[in-house]
Write a protein that binds this ligand. Structure first.
Ligand code: IPM
Ligand code: MN
Length: 369
């Protein structure tokens, strides 16, 4: 078993608390011979701004590039509301995504049986749900230039964001989508606004071409992104893999998160291109929930999305499929025993804190291993 070198970036708010539970899990796996992990830690986000005046340092970006995988907590909080735009906490995460070329963001939305009643939707709508939102992560309106606010001099200002996509960016994310679908229920849905946006027209065209050229055997649907959002809450089980641009993916994945019971349940993997020489790809794993400043430091946060993100690292970066399954089973088992953090509490269940949930998951792993 080769040693896996991980860069841990806990970040702000509940980030360090949920990362603490991943560290527990790493310690347990190392001890039990279930893995060989070497970890290093660095600052990112508001904490990094306080220490260095930037949201991520060049040194940390270099370490992230050199690591086998980056495990990321969360960034941001009201403390940094007033800091300059370029060094706001979120800028650290965006720079990591861009500099590491992490264009493919995989956000699975799985509804654990024990949580079907926690969702704001009816049980029959979400029970057994298992879909993936595949979000393009290094293009679109997040990074397009110009991105400006100009003073028009007449008491008015003008703000401009630019949505840009080149053919190659759409091709490569579409390929990831088709490949994922092939290993699942063989169905890809592309969501775009081709009726309003030029990028939507090109997106539709390129996905259709990649399908015809390389993936005829996968079923492909195109749905307008607004209607797609509606379908996602109406009957989400009609989907398998949904592919969309950076901004639609941001919004639709938050919607998908609530289908699973809580935003505290959704993990994600952000992957770069496979290096043809080494066969490796850069990768960052993070929970979809943010830094939740309202509950930070209280030991209340749900560590499941963070732990499930670590399981995704095992799956996508280290081909440790059995160990990844073990973690997912341990999460399901802890939930099945009735343990709930506050965000997923329901009648008759035992409400526990971050550390207790982490301990319970490690204990279930020990029992299963
Ligand atoms: C996410 C987050 C980020 C995004 C923020 C923190 C910049 O909402 O990963 O979904 O908008 O991409
Ligand atoms: Mn988001």
């Amino acid at each position: 078993m080769a040693t896996a070198r991980l860069l841990l970036l806990p970040g702000d708010g509940i980030g360090p608390e949920v990362m603490g539970e991943v560290k527990k899990l790493i310690g347990f796996m190392n001890e039990r011979g279930l893995g060989r992990f070497e970890t290093e830690e660095a600052l990112v986000g508001g904490g990094c701004y306080d220490a260095h005046g930037v949201a991520v340092t060049d040194e940390t970006v270099a370490k992230a590039k050199a690591a086998d995988a980056v495990i990321f907590g969360a960034v941001g909080g009201p403390k940094w509301d007033g800091v300059p735009y370029d060094v706001r906490p979120e800028a650290g995460l965006l720079r990591l995504r861009k500099d590491l070329g992490l264009f493919a963001n995989i956000r699975p939305a799985v509804c654990y049986p024990a949580l079907a009643d926690t969702s704001s939707l009816k049980r029959e709508v979400v029970e057994g749900l298992d879909i993936i939102i595949l979000r393009e992560l290094t293009g679109g309106v997040y990074f397009g230039e110009p991105k400006t606010i100009t003073d028009l001099g007449n008491g008015q200002k003008r703000a401009v964001d630019t949505q840009v996509y080149d053919t190659y960016e759409i091709e490569r994310i579409a390929r990831v989508g088709f490949e994922l679908a092939k290993k699942r229920r063989n169905k890809l849905t592309s969501m775009e606004k081709r009726n309003v946006m030029k990028t939507g027209v090109l997106w539709n065209e390129v996905v259709t071409q990649v399908h015809a050229r390389e993936f005829k055997d996968v079923a492909l649907d195109h749905v307008l992104a607004d209607a797609g959002g509606m379908q996602l809450v109406r009957w989400p089980k009609q989907f398998d893999v949904i592919v969309c641009d950076n901004l639609f993916g941001d919004m639709l994945s938050d919607v998908a998160a609530m289908l699973t019971g809580s935003l505290g349940m959704l993990p994600s993997a952000s992957l770069g291109e496979v290096d043809p020489k080494t066969g490796k790809r850069r990768a960052l794993y993070e929970p979809v929930h943010g830094s939740a400043p309202d509950i930070a430091g209280k030991g209340l946060a749900n560590p499941i999305a963070m732990i499930a993100s670590f399981a995704m690292a095992l799956r996508y970066s280290f081909a440790m499929l059995a160990e990844a399954d073990l973690i997912d089973q341990a999460i399901a088992a802890a939930l099945a025993k009735g343990l709930r953090t506050a965000d997923i509490r329901s009648g008759g269940m035992t409400v526990v804190g971050t550390a207790q949930m982490g301990d319970a998951i490690v204990k279930e792993m020990a029992a299963l291993a």
